[in-house]
Ligand binder design. Structure first.
Ligand SMILES: NC(=O)c1ccc[n+]([C@@H]2O[C@H](COP(=O)([O-])OP(=O)(O)OC[C@H]3O[C@@H](n4cnc5c(N)ncnc54)[C@H](OP(=O)(O)O)[C@@H]3O)[C@@H](O)[C@H]2O)c1
Length: 210
């Protein structure tokens, strides 16, 4: 059994945690206010689900997902031992869905900013390219629109994340190194915010035009 740790226990975590637990992953949730504040949430999710401090969660998790908002990243990640850890960057540099909610980060790739906060981690970009309700309704997929993208520069980390996506019922499509593939699914990227998942042939066609 693999362990998926969530740094942050808000909307994204609450959507994904039950699906991962149902798919056979051990799930650990964490937030800034302590595991006790997550007791009700943990109780409401079926499966091997628990809460821990962020430090204990990072220690135990095979894969950690950053499920915190952009302004929270620095405080949430600091002081934790990220060395060698497979970390999914699900964050986007925005505060909400509107264009004016995008936080200006001066043209750099958001994952490069995130990478600076998780030194030594093997960062994989995933779960950021559609709004939460799209992931919620599409996992497990109803039909053949089942593609979830990932991008990362560490083949073993990409494979581990692809395994998680597959366990959730999706067809993982690896877009390659984070500084190339990650751009395709970052805010404004050609594969982001379609408001539905791609089928595999459609994803391949879309990638070919990028
Ligand atoms: N909205 C979407 O459709 C969508 C889609 C894809 C990806 N995303 C990305 O997903 C990320 C999470 O979004 P969300 O909507 O789930 O946010 P959210 O509901 O506001 O949840 C944020 C969580 O982070 C926790 N947190 C805050 N400060 C923390 C700290 N210092 N240490 C540990 N935990 C901390 C909060 O709990 P406490 O305050 O109790 O600590 C809360 O559980 C964002 O980066 C967003 O861009 C969003």
């Amino acid at each position: 059994m693999k362990t998926l740790g969530f740094l942050g226990a808000g909307r994204l975590a609450q959507m994904l945690a039950p699906k991962a637990a149902k798919a056979g992953w051990k799930v650990i949730l964490s937030n800034s206010r302590g595991p006790d504040t997550l007791a009700g949430l943990v109780q409401g999710i079926e499966g091997d689900v628990s809460a821990a401090t962020p430090a204990d969660m990072v220690r135990q998790a095979d894969v950690v997902i950053l499920a915190i908002r952009w302004p929270q990243i620095e405080a949430a990640t600091s002081g934790l031992d990220w060395r060698g850890k497979i970390v999914i960057d699900a964050t986007n540099n925005r505060l909400g869905p509107k264009p004016e909610d995008v936080i200006d980060i001066g043209g750099v790739l958001s994952s490069d900013v995130v990478a600076g906060h998780v030194p030594g981690a093997r960062l994989v970009k995933a779960f950021n390219h559609e709004p939460i309700p799209v992931f919620d309704q599409s996992l497990p997929p109803q039909g053949d629109a089942n593609v979830l993208f990932l991008a990362g520069s560490d083949a073993e980390a990409n494979a581990a994340v692809a395994g998680l996506l597959r366990d959730l019922g999706a067809e993982p499509v690896d877009l390659g190194p984070i500084d190339q593939g990650g751009k395709l699914i970052a805010i404004g990227g050609p594969l982001a915010n379609r408001f539905k998942l791609y089928t595999l042939p459609d994803a391949k066609a879309a990638i070919a035009t990028t």
